[in-house]
Design a protein around this ligand. Structure first.
Ligand SMILES: [Ca+2]
Ligand SMILES: [Ca+2]
Ligand SMILES: [Ca+2]
Ligand SMILES: [Ca+2]
Length: 245
């Protein structure tokens, strides 16, 4: 078998042929070759991972699943160990968990659900206990809640919705109260809103779209509930589905 050894530059040599092994670079870490891979227990095929958040504010992200029958399940995590597992009351199979956000700014993640008729519902959480369940006004069954982000920078999550004609709408929320609803310019129904994230680090959520025509991602940065910049990125192809972290 060819002898393999590490050369001065961190490359590897097999016989006479120098090869570069894959490596991963991270900010602040020059180079590492070993990645810890932890496979968690299998909750079963009827459980779908629908979000992550810190429900008990211990600094460790927790996992939230929803069963095909509608039952939510929270895994309270300690690093990569499942410290506790708790199911919540079943809102019904036609009510989907959209994701997590901190709507009341207490540092503990809350849940946002949307019923089949379009009604968004906020469940404020204390760990895996529902402390309040409040329905917001119904934008209609054809308007989808896309995700949550803090658009006005007050430390409380707001909602991003998209109507079936493509119009994005921001709902600012304080606690469980809808405080404002602002429709943004319509990019058209072929730009599907994917989610929110803070792409320019200004503390205010921005919007990620993806074209249903060619797969191009589109980022809108926002400021004061208006579109500040609009940037179309190169298309990775229609088979690649954008997501926000
Ligand atoms: Ca946690
Ligand atoms: Ca909260
Ligand atoms: Ca906010
Ligand atoms: Ca931003």
């Amino acid at each position: 078998m060819a002898r393999r050894r590490e050369d001065r530059r961190g490359g590897h040599r097999i016989g006479r042929r120098a090869v570069r092994l894959p490596e991963i670079r991270c900010v602040g870490i020059r180079r590492f070759a070993l990645v810890r891979l932890t496979i968690l227990p299998d909750p079963g095929p009827s459980w779908h991972l629908v979000g992550t958040g810190d429900f008990n504010n211990d600094g460790n992200s927790d996992l939230v699943f929803q069963n095909s029958d509608g039952t939510p399940l929270i895994w309270t995590m300690n690093g990569t160990t499942v410290a506790a597992s708790a199911t919540l009351g079943n809102p019904g199979a036609t009510t989907r968990i959209v994701g997590t956000g901190d709507f009341n700014g207490d540092g503990k993640s809350d849940l946002l659900l949307q019923a089949a008729d379009g009604t968004p519902v906020i469940w404020t959480m204390n760990g895996s206990t529902i402390t309040a369940g409040v329905a917001l006004p119904n934008p209609g069954a054809t308007t989808r809640v896309v995700g949550m982000g803090d658009f006005d920078g007050d430390g409380k999550s707001d909602l991003l919705l998209q109507a079936s004609d493509g119009t994005p709408v921001i709902w600012t929320v304080s606690g469980t109260t809808l405080t404002a609803g602002v429709a943004l310019p319509n990019p058209g129904p072929t730009w599907q809103a994917i989610g929110t994230d803070d792409f320019n680090g200004d503390g205010k959520a921005d919007i990620l779209f993806q074209s249903t025509i060619d797969g191009s991602p589109l980022i809108w940065t926002t400021n004061n509930l208006t579109v500040a910049t609009s940037t179309i990125l190169p298309s990775p192809g229609l088979n690649y589905h954008a997501n926000t972290g």
